[in-house]
Design a protein around this ligand. Structure first.
Ligand code: PHB
Length: 373
Protein backbone atom coordinates (compact mmCIF):
# COMPACT_ATOMS: atom_id res chain seq x y z
CA UNK A 1 0.00 0.00 0.00
CA UNK A 2 1.48 3.35 -1.05
CA UNK A 3 1.55 6.33 1.29
CA UNK A 4 1.83 10.07 0.69
CA UNK A 5 5.51 9.81 1.60
CA UNK A 6 6.56 7.14 -0.89
CA UNK A 7 8.51 8.01 -4.02
CA UNK A 8 6.89 7.67 -7.42
CA UNK A 9 7.99 7.99 -11.02
CA UNK A 10 5.65 10.26 -12.97
CA UNK A 11 6.30 10.06 -16.69
CA UNK A 12 10.01 10.90 -17.00
CA UNK A 13 10.18 12.60 -13.57
CA UNK A 14 11.19 10.87 -10.31
CA UNK A 15 9.44 12.34 -7.28
CA UNK A 16 10.58 11.84 -3.68
CA UNK A 17 7.01 11.77 -2.39
CA UNK A 18 3.41 12.20 -3.56
CA UNK A 19 2.79 15.61 -2.02
CA UNK A 20 2.58 18.28 -4.71
CA UNK A 21 2.55 22.04 -4.33
CA UNK A 22 -0.39 23.30 -6.40
CA UNK A 23 -0.03 26.33 -8.67
CA UNK A 24 -0.65 29.51 -6.65
CA UNK A 25 -0.86 33.03 -8.06
CA UNK A 26 1.19 35.36 -5.82
CA UNK A 27 1.61 38.52 -7.97
CA UNK A 28 5.19 39.12 -6.89
CA UNK A 29 7.03 39.22 -10.23
CA UNK A 30 6.90 42.83 -11.47
CA UNK A 31 7.65 43.14 -15.18
CA UNK A 32 6.63 39.45 -15.53
CA UNK A 33 10.20 38.50 -14.54
CA UNK A 34 10.92 36.05 -11.67
CA UNK A 35 13.25 37.64 -9.13
CA UNK A 36 15.42 36.60 -6.20
CA UNK A 37 12.48 36.66 -3.79
CA UNK A 38 10.67 34.19 -6.05
CA UNK A 39 13.80 31.98 -6.07
CA UNK A 40 13.78 31.87 -2.26
CA UNK A 41 10.05 31.07 -2.12
CA UNK A 42 10.30 28.03 -4.39
CA UNK A 43 13.59 26.85 -2.90
CA UNK A 44 12.02 26.91 0.59
CA UNK A 45 9.31 24.53 -0.62
CA UNK A 46 11.56 22.10 -2.54
CA UNK A 47 10.82 19.14 -0.26
CA UNK A 48 7.46 18.78 -1.99
CA UNK A 49 7.55 15.76 -4.30
CA UNK A 50 6.74 18.18 -7.10
CA UNK A 51 6.41 21.96 -7.25
CA UNK A 52 4.01 23.35 -9.84
CA UNK A 53 4.76 27.01 -10.40
CA UNK A 54 2.16 29.70 -10.24
CA UNK A 55 0.32 30.16 -13.53
CA UNK A 56 2.83 31.67 -15.97
CA UNK A 57 1.84 33.53 -19.14
CA UNK A 58 3.12 31.95 -22.36
CA UNK A 59 2.90 35.28 -24.21
CA UNK A 60 2.17 38.92 -23.45
CA UNK A 61 -1.32 38.29 -24.88
CA UNK A 62 -1.73 35.50 -22.32
CA UNK A 63 -1.25 37.91 -19.36
CA UNK A 64 -4.30 38.70 -17.29
CA UNK A 65 -3.10 40.03 -13.96
CA UNK A 66 -0.48 42.47 -12.75
CA UNK A 67 2.88 41.14 -11.60
CA UNK A 68 2.39 37.52 -12.63
CA UNK A 69 5.42 35.96 -14.30
CA UNK A 70 5.84 35.13 -17.96
CA UNK A 71 7.65 32.49 -19.97
CA UNK A 72 8.39 34.56 -23.04
CA UNK A 73 11.05 37.24 -22.45
CA UNK A 74 14.74 36.38 -22.18
CA UNK A 75 14.78 38.11 -18.78
CA UNK A 76 11.91 35.95 -17.51
CA UNK A 77 13.55 32.76 -18.74
CA UNK A 78 16.83 33.75 -17.08
CA UNK A 79 14.89 34.42 -13.87
CA UNK A 80 13.22 31.02 -14.07
CA UNK A 81 16.60 29.34 -14.62
CA UNK A 82 17.67 30.65 -11.21
CA UNK A 83 14.49 29.18 -9.70
CA UNK A 84 14.94 25.75 -11.30
CA UNK A 85 18.65 25.65 -10.35
CA UNK A 86 17.84 26.47 -6.72
CA UNK A 87 15.04 23.89 -6.53
CA UNK A 88 17.23 21.19 -8.06
CA UNK A 89 20.13 22.03 -5.75
CA UNK A 90 17.70 21.54 -2.86
CA UNK A 91 16.71 18.13 -4.23
CA UNK A 92 13.31 19.12 -5.63
CA UNK A 93 11.46 18.84 -8.93
CA UNK A 94 9.56 21.67 -10.60
CA UNK A 95 7.23 22.06 -13.57
CA UNK A 96 5.86 25.34 -14.89
CA UNK A 97 2.15 25.92 -15.38
CA UNK A 98 1.65 27.31 -18.91
CA UNK A 99 -1.10 29.92 -18.91
CA UNK A 100 -3.09 31.85 -21.47
CA UNK A 101 -5.87 33.73 -19.73
CA UNK A 102 -7.97 34.37 -22.85
CA UNK A 103 -10.76 36.79 -21.92
CA UNK A 104 -9.75 37.08 -18.23
CA UNK A 105 -7.66 40.13 -18.89
CA UNK A 106 -7.79 43.86 -19.27
CA UNK A 107 -6.80 46.20 -22.09
CA UNK A 108 -4.21 47.75 -19.75
CA UNK A 109 -2.38 44.40 -19.64
CA UNK A 110 -2.55 43.60 -23.36
CA UNK A 111 -0.03 44.39 -26.13
CA UNK A 112 -0.78 47.88 -27.47
CA UNK A 113 -3.84 48.12 -25.21
CA UNK A 114 -5.76 45.73 -27.47
CA UNK A 115 -8.80 43.67 -26.54
CA UNK A 116 -8.13 40.35 -24.80
CA UNK A 117 -8.78 37.34 -27.05
CA UNK A 118 -11.35 34.59 -26.52
CA UNK A 119 -13.23 31.88 -28.42
CA UNK A 120 -16.18 34.28 -28.71
CA UNK A 121 -16.75 37.98 -28.01
CA UNK A 122 -18.50 37.30 -24.69
CA UNK A 123 -17.29 39.20 -21.65
CA UNK A 124 -16.78 37.25 -18.43
CA UNK A 125 -18.36 38.45 -15.24
CA UNK A 126 -15.01 38.32 -13.51
CA UNK A 127 -12.39 40.61 -12.10
CA UNK A 128 -8.72 41.02 -12.69
CA UNK A 129 -6.07 42.80 -10.67
CA UNK A 130 -4.19 45.88 -11.84
CA UNK A 131 -1.37 47.87 -10.31
CA UNK A 132 -1.61 51.65 -10.12
CA UNK A 133 1.35 53.88 -11.08
CA UNK A 134 2.04 54.44 -7.37
CA UNK A 135 2.41 50.68 -6.81
CA UNK A 136 -0.90 50.12 -5.03
CA UNK A 137 -3.34 47.68 -6.62
CA UNK A 138 -7.02 47.48 -7.44
CA UNK A 139 -9.50 44.97 -8.86
CA UNK A 140 -11.09 45.80 -12.22
CA UNK A 141 -13.78 44.20 -14.40
CA UNK A 142 -12.26 42.15 -17.20
CA UNK A 143 -12.44 43.88 -20.61
CA UNK A 144 -14.73 42.78 -23.41
CA UNK A 145 -12.76 40.31 -25.55
CA UNK A 146 -12.63 39.81 -29.30
CA UNK A 147 -13.15 36.40 -30.89
CA UNK A 148 -9.99 34.79 -32.21
CA UNK A 149 -10.00 34.38 -35.99
CA UNK A 150 -9.77 30.84 -37.29
CA UNK A 151 -6.40 31.59 -38.87
CA UNK A 152 -4.99 32.82 -35.53
CA UNK A 153 -5.46 29.45 -33.80
CA UNK A 154 -2.33 27.76 -35.22
CA UNK A 155 -0.39 30.68 -33.75
CA UNK A 156 -1.85 30.00 -30.30
CA UNK A 157 -0.82 26.34 -30.55
CA UNK A 158 2.63 27.46 -31.65
CA UNK A 159 2.84 29.77 -28.62
CA UNK A 160 2.31 26.78 -26.31
CA UNK A 161 4.89 24.72 -28.20
CA UNK A 162 7.47 27.48 -28.04
CA UNK A 163 6.81 28.09 -24.34
CA UNK A 164 7.21 24.38 -23.57
CA UNK A 165 10.60 24.31 -25.32
CA UNK A 166 11.67 27.49 -23.52
CA UNK A 167 10.60 25.95 -20.19
CA UNK A 168 12.74 22.85 -20.70
CA UNK A 169 15.65 25.07 -21.77
CA UNK A 170 15.17 27.06 -18.54
CA UNK A 171 15.67 23.88 -16.54
CA UNK A 172 12.11 22.86 -15.72
CA UNK A 173 11.45 19.14 -15.30
CA UNK A 174 8.29 19.54 -17.34
CA UNK A 175 5.23 21.68 -17.97
CA UNK A 176 1.60 21.68 -16.91
CA UNK A 177 -0.90 22.73 -19.58
CA UNK A 178 -3.42 24.91 -17.75
CA UNK A 179 -6.78 23.86 -19.17
CA UNK A 180 -8.76 24.75 -16.05
CA UNK A 181 -10.45 27.58 -14.17
CA UNK A 182 -12.08 29.43 -17.02
CA UNK A 183 -8.90 30.49 -18.83
CA UNK A 184 -8.39 30.26 -22.60
CA UNK A 185 -8.37 26.49 -23.11
CA UNK A 186 -11.27 26.02 -20.68
CA UNK A 187 -13.13 28.86 -22.42
CA UNK A 188 -12.94 26.87 -25.65
CA UNK A 189 -14.20 23.74 -23.85
CA UNK A 190 -17.26 25.30 -22.21
CA UNK A 191 -20.48 26.06 -24.02
CA UNK A 192 -21.09 29.28 -22.06
CA UNK A 193 -17.89 30.91 -23.37
CA UNK A 194 -17.63 29.25 -26.79
CA UNK A 195 -20.41 29.96 -29.31
CA UNK A 196 -18.23 29.57 -32.40
CA UNK A 197 -19.76 28.08 -35.51
CA UNK A 198 -16.51 26.88 -37.07
CA UNK A 199 -14.57 23.66 -36.39
CA UNK A 200 -13.61 24.94 -32.88
CA UNK A 201 -17.16 25.42 -31.58
CA UNK A 202 -20.45 23.57 -31.28
CA UNK A 203 -19.90 19.85 -30.70
CA UNK A 204 -17.77 18.51 -27.85
CA UNK A 205 -15.22 17.32 -30.43
CA UNK A 206 -14.95 20.83 -31.84
CA UNK A 207 -14.73 22.58 -28.47
CA UNK A 208 -11.95 20.20 -27.37
CA UNK A 209 -10.00 20.66 -30.62
CA UNK A 210 -7.75 23.53 -29.54
CA UNK A 211 -6.77 21.82 -26.29
CA UNK A 212 -5.95 18.58 -28.08
CA UNK A 213 -3.88 20.43 -30.67
CA UNK A 214 -1.95 22.03 -27.83
CA UNK A 215 -1.41 18.64 -26.14
CA UNK A 216 -0.22 17.21 -29.44
CA UNK A 217 2.20 20.07 -30.15
CA UNK A 218 3.63 20.22 -26.62
CA UNK A 219 4.14 16.45 -26.31
CA UNK A 220 5.80 16.32 -29.74
CA UNK A 221 8.14 19.08 -28.63
CA UNK A 222 9.16 17.94 -25.13
CA UNK A 223 7.65 14.44 -24.73
CA UNK A 224 4.50 13.26 -22.97
CA UNK A 225 6.57 12.15 -19.98
CA UNK A 226 7.36 15.79 -19.23
CA UNK A 227 3.83 17.07 -19.80
CA UNK A 228 0.96 17.31 -17.33
CA UNK A 229 -2.48 18.83 -17.72
CA UNK A 230 -4.86 20.54 -15.31
CA UNK A 231 -8.63 20.20 -15.66
CA UNK A 232 -11.50 21.54 -13.52
CA UNK A 233 -14.61 19.81 -14.89
CA UNK A 234 -17.24 21.66 -12.86
CA UNK A 235 -15.61 24.80 -11.58
CA UNK A 236 -17.56 28.04 -12.07
CA UNK A 237 -14.30 30.00 -11.79
CA UNK A 238 -14.10 32.98 -14.09
CA UNK A 239 -17.70 32.63 -15.19
CA UNK A 240 -17.58 29.39 -17.18
CA UNK A 241 -20.44 26.94 -17.35
CA UNK A 242 -21.32 23.81 -19.23
CA UNK A 243 -24.57 21.95 -18.63
CA UNK A 244 -23.01 18.62 -19.66
CA UNK A 245 -19.57 18.50 -18.07
CA UNK A 246 -19.44 14.70 -17.83
CA UNK A 247 -19.50 13.84 -21.55
CA UNK A 248 -17.29 16.86 -22.30
CA UNK A 249 -14.53 15.95 -19.86
CA UNK A 250 -14.86 12.20 -20.40
CA UNK A 251 -14.19 12.94 -24.08
CA UNK A 252 -11.14 15.04 -23.21
CA UNK A 253 -9.80 12.41 -20.78
CA UNK A 254 -10.23 9.66 -23.35
CA UNK A 255 -8.61 11.70 -26.10
CA UNK A 256 -5.48 12.44 -24.05
CA UNK A 257 -5.04 8.77 -23.06
CA UNK A 258 -2.60 7.88 -25.85
CA UNK A 259 -0.24 10.83 -25.22
CA UNK A 260 1.44 9.10 -22.24
CA UNK A 261 1.29 12.26 -20.16
CA UNK A 262 3.18 12.47 -16.87
CA UNK A 263 0.05 13.34 -14.91
CA UNK A 264 -3.56 14.46 -15.00
CA UNK A 265 -4.35 17.12 -12.39
CA UNK A 266 -8.03 17.34 -11.52
CA UNK A 267 -9.63 20.08 -9.42
CA UNK A 268 -12.62 18.43 -7.75
CA UNK A 269 -15.60 20.78 -7.37
CA UNK A 270 -15.36 24.58 -7.35
CA UNK A 271 -11.78 25.86 -7.33
CA UNK A 272 -11.02 27.00 -3.78
CA UNK A 273 -14.67 26.30 -2.88
CA UNK A 274 -17.11 23.44 -2.25
CA UNK A 275 -15.92 20.03 -3.37
CA UNK A 276 -19.48 18.93 -4.23
CA UNK A 277 -20.19 21.84 -6.59
CA UNK A 278 -22.24 20.80 -9.67
CA UNK A 279 -22.71 22.15 -13.17
CA UNK A 280 -25.95 20.84 -14.64
CA UNK A 281 -28.16 18.47 -12.65
CA UNK A 282 -25.88 15.54 -12.01
CA UNK A 283 -22.97 15.18 -9.61
CA UNK A 284 -19.72 14.82 -11.49
CA UNK A 285 -18.33 11.28 -11.50
CA UNK A 286 -14.53 11.52 -11.15
CA UNK A 287 -14.14 7.73 -11.20
CA UNK A 288 -15.80 7.70 -14.62
CA UNK A 289 -13.40 10.44 -15.74
CA UNK A 290 -10.42 8.34 -14.69
CA UNK A 291 -11.86 5.26 -16.34
CA UNK A 292 -12.36 7.21 -19.59
CA UNK A 293 -8.68 8.11 -19.40
CA UNK A 294 -7.28 4.66 -18.58
CA UNK A 295 -9.66 2.90 -21.01
CA UNK A 296 -7.85 4.63 -23.86
CA UNK A 297 -4.29 3.87 -22.80
CA UNK A 298 -3.85 6.64 -20.22
CA UNK A 299 -0.99 5.79 -17.86
CA UNK A 300 -0.28 9.19 -16.28
CA UNK A 301 -0.35 9.69 -12.53
CA UNK A 302 -3.74 10.82 -11.22
CA UNK A 303 -3.34 14.02 -9.21
CA UNK A 304 -6.23 15.31 -7.12
CA UNK A 305 -6.73 18.79 -5.72
CA UNK A 306 -9.10 20.98 -3.76
CA UNK A 307 -9.31 21.34 -0.02
CA UNK A 308 -7.48 18.12 0.83
CA UNK A 309 -6.02 17.91 4.31
CA UNK A 310 -3.41 15.43 5.46
CA UNK A 311 -5.86 12.66 6.31
CA UNK A 312 -7.91 13.01 3.14
CA UNK A 313 -4.74 12.97 1.07
CA UNK A 314 -3.40 9.94 2.86
CA UNK A 315 -6.65 8.05 2.34
CA UNK A 316 -6.76 9.01 -1.34
CA UNK A 317 -3.26 7.63 -1.94
CA UNK A 318 -3.64 4.56 0.28
CA UNK A 319 -6.92 3.58 -1.40
CA UNK A 320 -5.46 4.07 -4.86
CA UNK A 321 -7.99 6.80 -5.67
CA UNK A 322 -5.06 9.11 -6.39
CA UNK A 323 -1.35 8.81 -7.09
CA UNK A 324 -0.55 12.41 -6.12
CA UNK A 325 -2.27 15.03 -3.97
CA UNK A 326 -1.82 18.74 -4.71
CA UNK A 327 -2.01 21.16 -1.77
CA UNK A 328 -2.35 24.89 -2.33
CA UNK A 329 -2.90 27.24 0.60
CA UNK A 330 -1.22 24.91 3.16
CA UNK A 331 2.00 25.30 1.13
CA UNK A 332 1.78 29.08 1.24
CA UNK A 333 2.01 29.06 5.03
CA UNK A 334 4.17 25.95 5.51
CA UNK A 335 7.36 25.71 3.47
CA UNK A 336 8.10 22.38 5.21
CA UNK A 337 4.60 20.97 4.71
CA UNK A 338 5.95 17.50 3.88
CA UNK A 339 7.77 17.26 7.19
CA UNK A 340 4.78 18.62 9.10
CA UNK A 341 2.53 16.00 7.49
CA UNK A 342 5.03 13.24 8.17
CA UNK A 343 5.32 14.20 11.84
CA UNK A 344 1.65 15.14 12.12
CA UNK A 345 2.84 18.53 13.36
CA UNK A 346 0.56 21.57 13.56
CA UNK A 347 0.39 23.91 10.55
CA UNK A 348 1.10 27.64 10.53
CA UNK A 349 -2.02 29.77 10.08
CA UNK A 350 -2.43 31.39 6.66
CA UNK A 351 -2.43 35.17 6.27
CA UNK A 352 -4.95 35.81 3.47
CA UNK A 353 -4.08 39.52 3.32
CA UNK A 354 -0.66 38.70 1.86
CA UNK A 355 -1.72 36.02 -0.66
CA UNK A 356 -1.63 38.41 -3.65
CA UNK A 357 1.08 40.99 -4.18
CA UNK A 358 3.57 42.55 -1.78
CA UNK A 359 7.04 41.43 -0.76
CA UNK A 360 8.61 38.94 1.63
CA UNK A 361 5.89 39.30 4.27
CA UNK A 362 3.50 36.37 3.97
CA UNK A 363 5.68 34.95 1.19
CA UNK A 364 9.14 33.88 2.35
CA UNK A 365 8.83 34.60 6.09
CA UNK A 366 6.63 31.69 7.23
CA UNK A 367 8.69 29.69 9.76
CA UNK A 368 9.68 26.05 9.41
CA UNK A 369 9.18 23.76 12.39
CA UNK A 370 12.82 24.26 13.37
CA UNK A 371 12.54 28.02 13.17
CA UNK A 372 9.33 28.01 15.18
CA UNK A 373 10.67 25.92 18.06
C1 PHB B 1 -5.79 33.75 -10.01
O1 PHB B 1 -4.83 34.46 -10.28
O2 PHB B 1 -6.70 34.15 -9.31
C2 PHB B 1 -5.84 32.40 -10.55
C3 PHB B 1 -4.87 32.00 -11.41
C4 PHB B 1 -4.91 30.73 -11.95
C5 PHB B 1 -5.92 29.88 -11.59
C6 PHB B 1 -6.89 30.27 -10.72
C7 PHB B 1 -6.86 31.55 -10.19
O3 PHB B 1 -5.97 28.68 -12.12
Amino acid sequence: MATLFDPIRVGDIDLANRIVMAPLTRNRSPGAVPNTLNVTYYEQRATAGLLITEATAITHQGQGYADVPGLYSQEALAGWKKVTDAVHAAGGKIVVQMWHVGRISHVDLQPNGGKPVAPSAIAAKAKTYLVNPDGSGHFAETSEPRALELDELPGIVEDYRRAARAAIDAGFDGVEIHAANGYLLDQFLRSSANTRTDSYGGSIENRARLLLEVVDAVTKEIGGGRTGIRLSPVTPANDVFDSEPQPLFDYVAKAIGPYKLAYIHVIEGATGGPRDHKQGDESFDYDALRLAYTSNGGTGAWMVNNAYDRDMGEKAVESGEADLVAYGKPFIANPDLVRRFRENAPLNPQDQATFYGGGAKGYTDYPTLDQAS
